[in-house]
Design a protein around this ligand. Structure first.
Ligand SMILES: [Zn+2]
Length: 269
């Protein structure tokens, strides 16, 4: 635990989130896994102590496959963070999920390779359950707050995480769509499972920015331009910020989930 700085809630997203907080201080942290993506911003929202971390660094120079996910999660845990809210841009794999829609993710499919995705390399052999990797209590909170803003929200969503940095081929994307999965991105894994390994609640609000290659190549939808993607994302990020602030303003008094007991039945020795 860092002696001088503490936080209760972690927020992982873009650097634009910093202006949500009052009394902001930035600190550089070291971890056993190397440095986190950037310095952490510590401040308060609605009287609660929060820690911000820009996933790709403030200057957006770290590509998805090079993010030090372990350092990021370790840094938040060492500040005392017990619950994490995140935002992600995703591609839509289903026609019904339009650019600009929000999803509160509830499942993932991992298609990454070679990422450092565990804190438990031995000798304590540890198998956490990821049957339900997202915090049910924070998911409900997010869905309820999103609805208050009158925003279209998909209350469930399976995200397939690809290794990147390349996008999917049309064939891969058609496969993902055919499996019934809703969204594709490059950053959700292993962030979500590392949080669970550290017994932290994790919630992901995903912004659909475009239709993925399979739907476009199959003629089901028109391609979305890069400019449109940026416009949609920028517009929605302001909304996501408001939603996160509203979640913290309505923060639950009691923890009703089991995320923070993930290690109880996970150990062999
Ligand atoms: Zn939880």
């Amino acid at each position: 635990m860092q002696k001088d700085f503490q936080a209760e809630i972690g927020i992982i997203g873009g650097s634009g989130f910093y202006d949500l907080a009052t009394d902001l201080t930035e600190i550089k942290m070291k971890t056993p896994f190397g440095p986190p993506s950037d310095s952490l911003g510590l401040g308060k929202i609605a009287g609660r102590k929060v820690a911000f971390l820009p996933r790709h660094s403030k200057t957006h120079t770290i590509p998805p496959h090079r993010i030090n996910y372990r350092a990021n999660i370790w840094a938040l845990k060492s500040l005392g963070v017990s619950r994490i809210i995140t935002s992600h841009a995703v591609g839509s794999l289903q026609k019904k999920i339009r650019p600009g829609d929000l999803l509160v993710l509830d499942q993932f499919v991992d298609r990454t390779g070679g990422r450092d995705d565990t804190f438990y390399d031995g000798p304590a052999v540890t198998h956490i359950s990821t049957a339900f990797p997202y915090c049910p209590q924070l998911r409900s909170l997010a869905i309820n707050q999103i609805k208050k803003f009158g925003q279209k929200v998909h209350e469930k969503g399976t995200v397939v995480i690809i290794q990147g940095p390349r996008f999917s081929t049309a064939a891969e994307s058609v496969w993902f769509t055919g499996m019934g999965w809703e969204a594709v991105n490059m950053t959700e894994y292993p962030e979500v499972v590392l949080a669970r390994e550290k017994e932290m609640c994790y919630c992901a609000i995903a912004v659909s920015t475009d239709y993925d290659a399979g739907l476009v190549a199959g003629g089901q939808v028109r391609p979305v331009s890069a400019q449109e993607v940026i416009r949609v994302f920028k517009k929605k990020i302001n909304l996501v910020k408001k939603i996160i602030a509203a979640m913290i303003e309505n923060w639950p008094r009691k923890v009703t989930c089991r995320c923070q007991m993930a290690l109880k039945e996970a150990r062999f020795n």
